[in-house]
Ligand binder design. Sequence first.
Ligand code: FES
Length: 120
Amino acid sequence: MSGGTREGEEREPGHAFETVAAVADLAEGSLLGVRTSAGEEICLFNFRGRVGAVHNVCTHAEFPLSDGTLLKDGTIECVWHGAQYSCLTGEVRRGPAIEPVAVYDVRVEDEKVKVRRRMP
Ligand code: FES
């Protein structure tokens, strides 16, 4: 799949927004595991209608966060050992994880979810 670069879209290699899902695939309160063309594992979420994304690898023992649960307060809970992260900031809310999970920039355009790695 390829295509031209839309006007105003970032052209920096490896740092452009990339379509990874349709908004329709992400019901409110749900998590969805997707992968970028570069193979990055992404966990999309729909928290009260706000679509966002974090790295889909629990920092405790690398279980996919998308197999877990999005709690009502925006906490993503890993299904394996119960670590919890804020979906919006990636910070740890409950161990055993210690390190935060990376957060991605997200755009919703034309009913599509686009992500890119957040610059430090
Ligand atoms: S792998 Fe997620 S809590 Fe252990």
